[in-house]
Design a protein around this ligand. Structure first.
Ligand code: C2E
Ligand code: CA
Ligand code: CA
Length: 826
């Protein structure tokens, strides 16, 4: 048999053969003369498997029969054994495929001088020429040596080449083996890029007696660098002395490049994994942690070494999300990456909002493991919830805003429908005169007051109730689980009482006041808007009536509808000048003659008849209609006076000097900057001297709005118009203002004159008259209904009087008649 150890005679054909045998890309095997395979090379085992005993494609007894029958058809060289056998056979590979191979059989010497054969299987067709005349073993090995694809060499232990085959020469960039051998005088220093490699080579050879897959970089002739892999063994002479090394060389540059490329990619990926700020964990199909990066350690508080091999779920998935996480996992296992926002658990148990990517990793077409990539999104989530909070809350008080309140209201309605239990109520609260606080103490103080009120309201309700700021000084409250009307009233009373507690803001003590509209059985509504509207109506009427709070009822709604209708009608009446003026004479107490009239507006309404001013003036003031209405009254009054003065049947001797007209001017008509000019123009238009107009104002104008009012009053005064204070005595007790007001006339309110006579009122009347006289003001007593009242006034030296006793307010024609009578009496 062919020896496989190192003691073979030094014969390069022989031992070089072994290296070649092992490295050859063609399947080869050594077969004994009994036809049993004794050794096969890796290529052979790749094709036919390691356990084949007989030559593939040959009948087991073939060799024996060839030996006895040299004239067998397959033997092309008649001298077999000693010649080469060539044939083509269909062989069954170990993967079951059948393939056609050319088979060459070379007789080889074995160590015990028995003859065996080298069988070479070619995929390529045999050429008769290639078979040639290789009769002697040396020649045959030489042929293999020369034709091998692998590089084959023999080198001295000192590092010079003894022999190389053409393949190696080509591999190293030489035209011939000779050139190569002459080129390198030291393999160590000239071939290897790292000279130490040769030392390694020799050392390995000494210790292991062979060098296997020894990979190095070498210089080719042109200086280019390639990667090679060497298999080599030492060759000894028959005395056991080391003669040389021999082996094969393969160019593995391409494989190395591919490996390097792979290594780079691996390295890049590793960096990405390690350095990523995102938390990355690799989990196997049993949900166990395979790898985790530092981002993961940081985010979840675990160390990789502590969790590797452990199930990921109990570590980071919150109990409540197990089901969700399982469904995500199934989606990923089906092969699609997944991006979700969810929550995970930190080691300390706290919940983390995260965005999660689940990424399936495939091996051989199947999901082998899953990468999970987590990003902490708590900051974004916090920001989002802050934004949401801002959208639903009032920034000043932190209370729910109108939007959230409406939502809660709708919920309350739904809940009440479902539960059919207790009802709920809604309160609408509006601060009284909040604007004054803002105007006098500044917005900062206004804000402080609102914050204080919001605290008080919240303090008076239960946890389940909702207190909201709807805007400005308007608050709304949902009271849940209300038993009955009495309960709502109690709570509302309590809230108002708390609200009214004095508070110090900006160095001033404020007594907050509020009006509340209540919708008691809010559960009977189907729409939150309706509840709010009705609470608003009730609140509005509570404010008007100064009742603190009012519970909404249907009547309120009707009243509201009525007032809205009335407003529209009044607007139209004013525009179309369908109002009329009545005139009430003002009489000189001493002589009893008419010295002037007060003009009083009336609204002839198609359905309501003649509507008295008390029923529409307040509304006109609120809606601003008082401006055009007041202008019309002024113009019309002056026009009327002009008519009378120009009436020659009344004044045949020309108009008298003293006749005047009193016109009521609402405080709302002041402060617009147009009143004085308007009056001046109206006087001029009617060619009237200013002193024939007496403008009646109320004390409240002087109290509420003094600076700008006084400015306009002074301008009126400068114009020559006279000013009368109407309803005097009903307002403010402080009379000191009269000293520096440009006032000419005081009209004592009729409550002191008409009705039951009392000591108190007559004293008041008496002191008003005394004071007016001391200030040089004229006094008119209103509401004189009886002779006795007139008599008393005469006794107090009151100059003028007005009242039913003389005449009710009458039409212009009737007034003219009264004037005529008065003149004729005089
Ligand atoms: P006022 O200015 O105090 O007008 C006097 C009111 O007292 C009139 O009521 C008149 O009819 C009533 N009156 C007169 N004598 C007596 C009497 O002897 N006994 C009783 N019990 N009442 C008497 P009227 O006309 O209903 O006016 C009510 C209020 O409407 C007026 O009170 C005035 O404040 C306002 N008003 C009337 N016309 C106008 C107007 O053109 N402009 C403005 N801004 N307000 C007006
Ligand atoms: Ca008046
Ligand atoms: Ca009056």
């Amino acid at each position: 048999m062919l020896t496989m150890d190192n003691t073979t005679e030094c014969n390069h054909g022989h031992s070089g053969f072994l290296s070649f045998f092992m490295c050859a890309s063609d399947p080869m095997c050594i077969v004994g003369k009994d036809g049993v395979i004794q050794r096969s090379n890796p290529a052979f085992q790749d094709c036919f498997g390691p356990l084949v005993r007989h030559l593939p494609g040959m009948p087991p007894g073939a060799l024996v029969s060839w030996r006895s029958d040299v004239s067998a058809a397959d033997v092309t060289d008649g001298a077999f054994p000693g010649g080469v056998l060539q044939c083509e056979r269909s062989c069954t590979r170990h993967d079951g495929r059948k393939m056609r191979y050319g088979i060459e059989m070379y007789p080889v010497d074995s160590e015990n001088s028995d003859t065996g054969y080298l069988a070479v299987y070619h995929r390529r067709r045999l050429s008769n020429q290639a078979v040639g005349d290789m009769r002697r073993p040396e020649e045959r090995y030489q042929s293999i040596f020369n034709n091998a694809v692998e590089g084959i060499f023999q080198s001295t232990p000192e590092g010079r080449y003894l022999d190389v085959n053409p393949s190696l020469a080509r591999l190293y960039g030489f035209d011939s083996p000779r050139e190569l051998i002459e080129h390198y005088s030291s393999i160590r220093d000239e071939l290897y890029v790292v000279p130490n490699r040769r030392d390694d080579f020799v050392r390995i050879m000494e210790t292991r007696r062979e060098v296997v897959n020894f990979e190095s970089q070498i210089y080719r002739r042109d200086g280019s660098v390639i990667w090679i892999s060497e298999n080599a063994r030492p060759v000894h002479d028959k005395h056991g002395r080391l003669v040389c090394f021999e082996g094969t060389v393969m160019d593995i540059t391409q494989r190395k490049r591919a490996e390097e490329e792979l290594e780079h990619q691996r390295e890049h990926f590793r960096q990405l994994f390690d350095k990523s700020p995102q938390a990355i964990v690799l989990v196997d199909l049993d949900r166990n942690v395979v790898d985790a990066n530092s981002g993961f350690e940081e985010l979840f508080g675990y160390r990789m070494k502590d969790i590797c091999g452990f199930g990921i779920r109990p570590l980071i998935v919150p109990e409540s999300l197990l089901e969700e996480s399982e469904s995500y996992r199934n989606a990923i296992l089906s092969g699609t990456p997944l991006l979700k926002e969810t929550q995970r658990k930190h080691r300390d148990g706290s919940l983390l909002p995260v965005s999660m990517i689940g990424f399936p990793v495939f091996e051989n077409g199947e999901v082998a493991c899953i990468y999970y990539i987590y990003q902490d999104i708590s900051e974004r989530k916090a920001f989002e919830s802050q934004i949401t909070h801002q959208a639903f809350h009032d920034s000043l008080t932190g209370l729910p805003n109108r939007l959230l309140f409406s939502e809660r209201l709708e919920h309350a309605i739904c809940r009440a429908k479902r539960k059919r239990q207790k009802g709920f109520s809604v309160l609408m609260l509006d601060l009284d005169r909040f604007k004054d606080v803002n105007d006098t103490l500044g917005h900062q103080a206004g804000d402080e007051l609102l914050a204080c009120i919001s605290g008080r309201l919240s303090g008076q309700v239960r946890q389940a109730d909702t207190v909201a700021r709807l805007g400005g000084d308007e608050f709304a409250i949902i009271l849940e689980d209300i038993e009955d009307l009495e309960e709502v009233k109690d709570i509302t009373t309590r809230i108002l009482a708390e609200l009214r507690m004095p508070v110090r803001i900006g160095g001033k003590t404020i007594h907050p006041m509020g009006s509340v509209g209540v919708v008691a059985q809010a559960e009977s509504y189907t729409c939150g808007e309706d509840i709010l509207r009705n609470a608003d109506i009730a609140m509005y009427q509570a404010k008007e009536s100064r009742k603190g709070y009012l519970v909404f009822d249907q009547e309120m709604h009707e009243r509201l509808v009525e007032s809205i209708t009335l407003e529209a009608e009044l607007r139209e009446a004013v525009r179309e000048e369908r109002l009329v003026l009545h005139f009430q004479p003002i009489v000189c107490v001493e002589k009893g003659n008419i010295c002037g009239f007060e003009s009083l507006v009336r609204w002839p309404h198609p359905k309501r008849g003649l509507v008295p001013p008390g029923q529409f003036i307040p509304m006109a003031e609120e809606t601003g209609l008082i401006i055009p209405l007041g202008q019309w009254v002024l113009s019309r009054s002056l026009w009327q006076l002009r008519q009378w003065l120009d009436n020659s049947s009344l004044f045949p001797d020309g108009p008298p000097a003293g006749l005047s007209i009193n016109v009521n001017v609402s405080s709302r008509q002041f402060g617009k900057g147009t009143l004085v000019d308007f009056i001046a123009a109206a006087l001029e238009k009617n060619n009237l001297p200013p002193e024939c107009l007496k403008v009646e104002i109320t004390e409240s104008l002087l109290i509420q709005n003094p600076d700008s009012a006084i400015k306009e009053l002074n301008e009126l005064k400068a114009l020559g118009v006279l000013l009368a204070i109407d309803d005097f005595g009903t307002g403010y007790s402080s009379l000191s203002y009269l000293q520096h007001m440009p006032v000419d006339v005081l009209k004592i309110d009729r409550s002191f004159i008409s009705g039951e006579e009392s000591r108190e009122s007559s004293q008041i009347v008496e002191s008003i008259i005394a004071m007016a006289q001391s200030l040089g003001l004229e006094v008119v007593a209103e509401g004189v209904e009886t002779e006795r009242q007139l008599h008393l006034l005469q006794g107090l030296a009151c100059q003028k009087a007005q009242g039913y006793m003389f005449s009710r307010p009458v039409s212009a024609d009737q007034a003219e008649e009264l004037l005529r009578q008065s003149l004729s009496a005089g």
